[in-house]
Design a protein. Structure first.
Length: 296
């Protein structure tokens, strides 16, 4: 039985946008969508909770409204809901272990909201053994598609490419597989990008010709890494680019026109959250949904 797609719900528009993205992903995977709300009593409840409604009732209402909303948009989708007592990080981390993908919502370019606060999202992204997707506020189904001939968003156009960021030193087959599966399910292309910063000429003794040789070496290594995946997914268009520069900047620029950004996170068994500078930058500035895939 296929594992469900898990999405954290807190009643905010941001989490509803994440739920919509998660619903579409669950449909593509032909699996169940599970809405999870972490509920914990507070002596100082949010101002959004009516004085005539208990916090537990309000939590139930949040899930019911989200389920009804998604049911009206995706009537064929099987939707489950779970209202679980406890702090959000622990609840969502446990829930993610039962799913194929954990989806979280975020407020915009400068942070997160509700119980999906920055530290919570960062912690879950760094700790989850399941891939974690982060979806920006206001994300619509049409945003994943190319603009039409009139320059407008439309779900009638092909999907934008799936952008895969690769570190040749630790590529992570799990992340590569996720990107190719995501592209295949969308009928989209895969763009594989590797950014590198070569040593200075003073350190290596290489001249400009040596720099060109270094570039060719990176390009060759990237092509060799991707070749088996081209063979495995022959109907998926694939482009590769090994570019000199900071990986963070290169990826953020490329992601501005992508439908999905996929990055691998190496599990280094650190104590405490750790994602690395590239993922950290993408968490705050990537303009498309992103998925962080753990790998050894």
């Amino acid at each position: 039985m296929l594992r469900p797609v898990i999405v954290g719900i807190d009643g905010s528009p941001e989490s509803l946008a994440a739920a919509g993205w998660a619903a579409r992903e669950a449909q593509r995977r032909a699996t169940t969508l599970r809405l999870v709300h972490a509920w914990a009593w507070s002596p100082h409840p949010s101002a959004a909770v009516p004085s005539t409604t208990s916090q537990r009732q309000w939590a139930h209402r949040i899930l019911r409204e989200a389920r009804d909303h998604l049911g009206s948009l995706y009537p064929q989708l099987q939707v489950e809901e779970a209202q679980i007592p406890g702090p959000a990080p622990a609840v969502l981390l446990e829930a993610s272990s039962q799913g194929a993908l954990l989806v979280l919502g975020s407020r915009g370019l400068n942070g997160f909201t509700g119980y999906l606060a920055g530290s919570v999202s960062l912690s879950l992204t760094a700790r989850s053994a399941t891939p974690v997707a982060l979806v920006r506020a206001g994300e619509q189904a049409s945003d994943a598609h190319q603009l039409n001939v009139e320059g407008h968003s439309s779900t009638d156009t092909p999907y934008r490419a799936v952008l895969l960021g690769i570190d040749l030193a630790h590529p992570g087959e799990e992340a590569i597989a996720f990107a190719f599966e995501a592209a295949q399910s969308r009928g989209a292309a895969v763009q594989v990008l590797h950014g590198y910063r070569p040593p200075s000429i003073a350190a290596t003794g290489r001249d400009a010709g040596g720099a060109r040789e270094a570039a060719a070496e990176h390009e060759s290594a990237l092509d060799a890494l991707v070749q088996p995946w081209r063979a495995k997914y022959p109907r998926t268009a694939v482009t590769t680019a090994a570019l000199r520069g900071r990986a963070q900047s290169l990826l953020l620029h490329a992601a501005s026109d992508a439908g999905l950004l996929v990055l691998g996170r190496r599990d280094r068994h650190r104590s405490g959250p750790f994602t690395g500078p590239t993922i950290h930058a993408a968490l705050h500035h990537a303009r498309c949904p992103m998925v962080v895939v753990p790998h050894v």
